[in-house]
Design a protein around this ligand. Structure first.
Ligand SMILES: [Zn+2]
Length: 440
């Protein structure tokens, strides 16, 4: 890359972004000077190094993919990740009690602000899944190749370039490979992280691919399993007893009629049902799993309260129908992800808007709601975004997940600029991230 030209192009793009203005950075603080960051010779070199590292990073992405990391069984991949962090300069990289891989990169500012930059180690795929990487149509196919092997590889590429160029930030950075992001992991990794570290001022998850999609809203979800239990009996001889399936049917009919707002988007579904043993038996047991989601915690809790009441009412009605008290209900919470939102004028959101424009030269950022590791931070009121690791792909959570390394280096380049805006480049800019008041 022609260095002088790349600075000019970046500077030009940044000028067009000035419309956001310093007032957008909240509390009257001036916007960090992205132009000064990208024009700094060390940063020009670091951005070029990241691009030059593209092929190696892609190879590492494939290698990570071929180390299975089923939910709750991320250990082998975590050990590999810890070793890689150590090789890249973090001698003290460690694995915490929950299984997260953590490396602290000290800034010059005495520890604050502290920014987490993370990607998740786990996949949705169970033990025994064939995770071999296969070439197909100019791209590659493998379970988890994008989600989140790309994020993990982009994070290592970022670390490699920052350490090799001895980039000094003002704030501290905690680089983390998290466990338990997917499904029944229920964000156990980040939950432990925020429990153990009460001084985190901002959070970035690299999860997803294209850098123009930024997640600033956390879709919360609560999931339940309901188990209906009754006496059971012969359909003819013991007619008159309450039925677990009938009780569940009553519950589903009531749930089907629930009304939820479209803004904030709030949804529900009975996802799976099972039960009964035979066509000529009054069912002794029936089970259903229910998923509820919302971009608002209030709406999620409101929906949850209504839905739980309706299921209990269904059991009462089934008992009343047969003048019985034999039908019982067991309620199990099987999923709990908090909701939250980061305001558009928050420095972390503004930073991504400007860095994406600088790296990708033009395209606008689309802001989205999703369920990622950032949910936990957002629910705690800690500024957070989920950004893309670079490249293109699809068929998430399927064995046919595919990936193509198209402009893949944009991911770590964008992460670098975002990190520097938020933590400050020593001697050049101040951190945009504000130090939070001590958590209770
Ligand atoms: Zn993911």
């Amino acid at each position: 890359m022609n260095v002088t030209r790349s600075i000019l192009t970046l500077a030009l793009v940044i000028v067009t972004q000035q419309a956001l203005g310093p007032q957008a950075w909240g509390q009257g603080a001036p916007a960090p000077d992205l132009e000064a960051i990208v024009a700094h010779p060390k940063i020009v070199k670091t951005l070029d190094d990241i691009k030059a590292d593209d092929e190696r990073a892609f190879a590492e992405q494939k290698r990570i993919t071929e180390i299975p990391a089923p939910p709750f069984k991320e250990k082998v991949r975590a050990e590999f990740y810890q070793k890689r962090m150590q090789e890249l300069g973090f001698k003290d990289a460690s694995i915490d009690g929950e299984g997260n891989v953590i490396a602290l990169r000290k800034g010059t500012g005495g520890g604050r602000p502290k920014l987490v930059v993370s990607a998740h180690l786990d996949t949705v795929f169970p033990e025994g899944t064939d995770v071999a990487v296969k070439e197909k149509d100019g791209g590659i196919v493998a379970p988890g190749i994008g989600d989140d092997s790309r994020g993990l590889a982009a994070l290592l590429s970022l670390i490699k370039a920052m350490n090799a160029n001895e980039i000094a930030t003002v704030g501290d950075i905690l680089f983390v490979g998290t466990v338990g992001e997917e499904e029944l992991g229920n964000l156990r990794g980040v939950k432990a992280l925020f429990r153990d570290h009460t001084d985190i001022d901002g959070f970035i998850s690299i999860d997803g691919l294209g850098i123009t999609r930024v997640v600033n809203r956390a879709t919360g979800s609560h999931r339940y399993e309901f188990i209906f239990k009754g006496p059971g009996g012969h359909s003819f001889q013991e007619f008159g007893l309450p039925s677990a399936i009938h009780a569940m049917g009553r519950a589903i009919a009531k749930i089907s009629e629930l009304q939820t707002p479209s803004d904030p988007r709030t949804t529900f579904t009975v996802g799976t049902v099972s039960g009964g043993t035979s066509v000529n038996a009054i069912a002794a047991e029936a089970r259903m799993a229910v998923d509820m989601r919302s971009n608002s915690t209030d709406e999620l809790l409101k929906l949850e309260a209504q839905l739980l009441d309706l299921v209990k009412l269904a059991v009462v009605e089934e008992n009343a129908r047969w003048k019985s008290d034999k039908m019982t209900l067991e309620i199990k919470l099987i999923g709990d992800r908090p909701a939250g939102i980061v305001a558009m004028d928050s420095p972390i959101v503004q930073a991504t808007q400007r860095t994406v424009a600088a790296v990708a030269r033009g395209p606008q950022v689309t802001f989205a709601g999703s369920s990622t590791d950032s949910n936990m931070a957002m629910s705690l009121g800690i500024p957070a975004v989920t950004i893309g690791g670079g490249g293109e792909g699809g068929n998430w959570h399927s064995r046919n997940e595919w990936y193509k390394p198209v402009n893949a280096w944009y991911g770590p380049q964008n992460a670098l600029l975002t990190v520097l805006m938020l933590t400050g480049l020593d001697g050049v800019t101040k951190p945009a991230l504000q130090v939070r008041k001590a958590a209770k």
